[in-house]
Write a protein of this length. Structure first.
Length: 574
C-alpha cells in the first residue's frame, strides 16, 4: 500500500493519529498535534461522524480524553445518532473520557457592536478541557457560532482569536464547517486560518452515491492530494489510501495449484504464481464461476483463507450450484477458511465498492480473492472508471501478495475476445473459455491466452463439466476443424475400432507367420536328417575303405615278412 514518506523538513511537525482506517496513511501520521483542523462539506457528507470518531479513537486507543462542543445538535441526539455505528458516548462520559457540551446560539441576541467576542465560549470550553484533561476537541459547527455576523473584519478577528486560543491550549482540534457556494466554507475565511483543511463530498451520479475525501491543505507536511473514497458503516469511517499502481511490489516465485490438475498441466504442471492476478473470461454458461470456485476449494484445502465477492449470486446459490459438480464450499465456510460476500453492483458506486472490498480484505486477511464477475461493474461506471478501479484493486492485492481471480463475461456478438473492462493487459494470466458449436451441439473449449513468466500450452482443450468435477480433454483435429462433444467421441470410437482391426490383422498375420515358421522348421529338420543320413553313408564308405586299406596293408606286410623268413632258412641249410 502506498505510504507517504516524511521529509527531513517535516520531522519537527508532530502529528496526532486519528485511528481512522486509512486516513493516517494519507496524511503521513494523522492531524497536526496541538493545532486546529477544518473539516468541511455539504450536509450529510460525514463531517460530524469523522470528528466524533477522531475523539472516540483518541479516548479508547490512545488514552486521550476529548471534548465535544456542539452548536447544533443536543447531547442526547448526538448520542443516539452515533450509537448505531457502535459508539457509546454515554459510557465514555461516565468513564470521564468524553465531555459533551451543547451551546445554544440565538442569532437575535448577536449584535454587531464591535464588542462581540468569544470570551464566554473560551471560559466554557476551557473549563471542559481542564475538567477531564482533554487532548482533543471537536467544535460542530462553526457556522452557528458566527451566523449572526456580517462584518467580515470582526468575523476574521474572532476566527483568528479562536484558532490562536486553541493553539495556546495545546489541544488537537477539529472544527466542522458547512460547504459554501463558491468556497469551501460559508464564510470563506475558515480555510485560510486553519492549518489543515479536509473536504468531504457525497456525490450522486446516475443514482449511485459515492463518498470522497480530499486533503485540501496541510501546513508543514506532505500529504496525498487525490480524492480518496471512504465508507461509513457499522464500524465507522474507513478511507481507502490506494491511489495508483506503483509497480514496486515484491513478487513471489512460488506456484500454487488451480485445483484442476489438467489446467495445471497446461501451465507447465505447477499452476499460477502466488500473488498474481488471473482473468477467466468467456461467454455466459461456459463455466467461469466453476473454475473460480475450484481455485477457492484448492486454496481452502491448503488451509489458506479465501474471500469470494459475488455480484450475481447469493452465497447459498453458489454453495448449492457447486455441490452439483462435487465441490463442498459449506465445509470451508464452517471451518472459517472461506467467506462469500454477495451484493448487487448498484448497491454502491465504484469507489465505495473498492473501499468495501479493501476493508473486508484487511479484516479477513485472505491469501486468495475471487471477484465474480467484474463485468457487472459496468452498470455503475464507464469502462475507463472500472479499469481505474480495478488497477487500484490489483495494486493493493499485489502489495499484500494476495492471489486474485477475476471472471468476466464476453458477449457473443463481440468481434473480439477483449473484455469490456479492458483489464486483460493488466493481469498476469488470462484464460479464455468459449463456445464451440458443431453437429448441432454446444460444447466448451478452453485455452490460455497468456501466462506471464510461465511455460504454458498453446493448444485448445475441450472443457467438460461433470457431476464429478471439471475435466480438460484433448481435442481432435478433423478435416473440418476441431472435433468436440459427440464428434470427438465418434472419432475416438473410429480410432478405437481402427486399433482393434489393426490388432486383429496383426494377430492373424502373426498366426500365419507362426505356421510358416513351423513348416519351414519341419523342412529344415527333414533336410537336416537327410543331410545327416547322407553324411553317415559317406562316413561309412570312407571308414570301410580305410579299414580295407589297413587290412590289405597288413596282409602285404605279413607276406613280406614270410618271404624274408624263408630266405633266411634256405641260407642256413646250405
Amino acid at each position: 500500500m502506498a505510504r507517504l514518506i516524511k521529509s527531513k523538513h517535516e520531522q519537527a511537525l508532530v502529528k496526532k493519529p486519528t485511528g481512522i482506517t486509512g486516513f493516517d496513511e494519507i496524511t503521513g501520521g494523522g492531524l497536526p498535534e496541538g493545532r486546529p483542523s477544518l473539516i468541511c462539506g455539504e450536509a450529510g457528507a460525514g463531517k460530524t461522524l469523522f470528528s466524533i470518531e477522531f475523539l472516540i479513537r483518541g479516548a479508547t486507543q490512545f488514552d486521550e480524553p476529548g471534548v465535544i462542543m456542539t452548536f447544533e445538535e443536543k447531547a442526547d441526539d448526538l448520542e443516539k445518532n452515533v450509537l448505531s455505528l457502535g459508539f457509546d458516548l454515554k459510557k465514555l462520559q461516565k468513564q470521564g473520557l468524553i465531555w459533551i457540551d451543547h451551546v445554544h446560539i440565538d442569532r437575535t441576541e448577536i449584535e454587531e457592536t464591535g464588542e462581540y467576542d468569544l470570551d464566554g465560549l473560551f471560559i466554557r470550553l476551557g473549563h471542559a478541557i481542564d475538567s477531564i484533561g482533554a487532548k482533543r476537541v471537536m467544535l460542530d459547527t462553526i457556522e452557528n457560532l458566527f451566523s449572526g455576523l456580517s462584518n467580515e473584519g470582526i468575523l476574521r478577528a474572532e476566527l483568528r482569536r479562536l484558532f490562536n486560543w486553541l493553539k495556546e491550549k495545546g489541544v488537537t482540534t477539529i472544527i466542522t464547517a458547512e460547504r459554501g457556494k463558491d468556497s469551501l466554507t460559508r464564510q470563506g475565511l475558515e480555510e485560510y486560518v486553519s492549518d489543515c483543511v479536509i473536504l468531504l463530498e457525497h456525490r450522486v451520479i446516475n443514482h449511485i452515491s459515492t463518498r470522497l475525501l480530499r486533503v485540501v491543505k496541510y501546513r508543514g507536511s506532505l500529504h496525498g492530494t487525490n480524492e480518496y473514497p471512504f465508507l461509513i458503516d457499522e464500524e465507522g469511517f474507513s478511507v481507502l489510501p490506494v491511489t495508483s499502481l506503483r509497480l514496486d511490489n515484491a513478487v513471489s516465485s512460488q506456484r500454487i495449484s488451480s485445483g484442476i490438475p489438467s489446467l495445471d498441466a497446461m501451465l507447465g504442471g505447477n499452476g499460477f504464481f502466488r500473488g498474481s492476478s488471473i482473468l477467466v473470461s468467456g461467454t455466459a454458461g461456459t463455466g467461469k464461476t466453476s473454475i473460480a470456485t475450484y481455485f477457492a476449494d484448492a486454496s481452502c484445502k491448503r488451509k489458506e483463507k479465501c474471500l469470494y465477492f459475488a455480484f450475481e449470486e447469493s452465497p447459498r446459490q453458489i454453495v448449492r450450484n457447486m455441490n452439483s459438480i462435487g465441490i463442498d464450499l459449506q465445509k470451508h465456510m464452517d471451518a472459517g477458511l472461506l467467506e462469500i460476500h454477495s451484493s448487487r453492483p448498484t448497491l454502491y458506486g465504484l469507489e465505495m465498492h473498492l473501499v468495501a472490498i479493501h476493508k473486508v480484505i484487511r479484516k479477513f486477511r485472505p491469501r486468495t480473492v475471487i471477484i465474480d464477475p467484474i463485468t457487472n461493474l459496468i452498470t455503475i461506471g464507464s469502462m475507463s472508471e472500472v479499469k481505474s478501479m480495478l488497477i487500484r484493486l490489483i495494486d493493493f492485492l499485489q502489495s499484500e501478495n494476495i492471489t486474485v481471480i477475476f471472471t468476466a463475461l464476453v458477449f457473443e456478438k463481440e468481434p473480439s475476445t477483449q473484455t469490456d473492462e479492458g483489464v486483460s493487459s493488466l493481469v498476469d494470466a488470462w484464460i479464455l473459455v468459449r463456445d464451440i458449436e458443431s453437429n448441432g451441439e454446444r460444447n466448451r473449449g478452453i485455452y490460455i491466452m497468456k501466462a506471464r513468466g510461465m511455460d504454458h500450452s498453446n493448444q485448445v482443450r475441450e472443457f467438460v463439466i461433470k457431476d464429478t468435477g471439471l475435466e480438460l480433454i484433448d481435442v481432435y483435429l478433423g478435416p473440418n476443424g476441431i472435433l468436440v462433444g459427440s464428434a470427438r467421441k465418434a472419432q475416438e470410437l473410429t480410432e478405437a475400432t481402427g486399433v482393434e482391426m489393426r490388432t486383429h490383422a496383426i494377430t492373424r498375420k502373426d498366426r500365419e507367420v507362426e505356421r510358416k515358421k513351423l513348416v519351414l522348421e519341419a523342412k529344415i529338420a527333414s533336410l537336416r536328417e537327410e543331410f545327416e543320413s547322407v553324411q553317415d553313408e559317406l562316413n561309412k564308405t570312407f571308414l570301410e575303405e580305410e579299414l580295407t586299406n589297413a587290412i590289405m596293408a597288413k596282409n602285404r606286410q605279413e607276406l613280406t615278412n614270410n618271404r624274408t623268413n624263408r630266405k633266411s632258412a634256405n641260407g642256413k641249410r646250405k
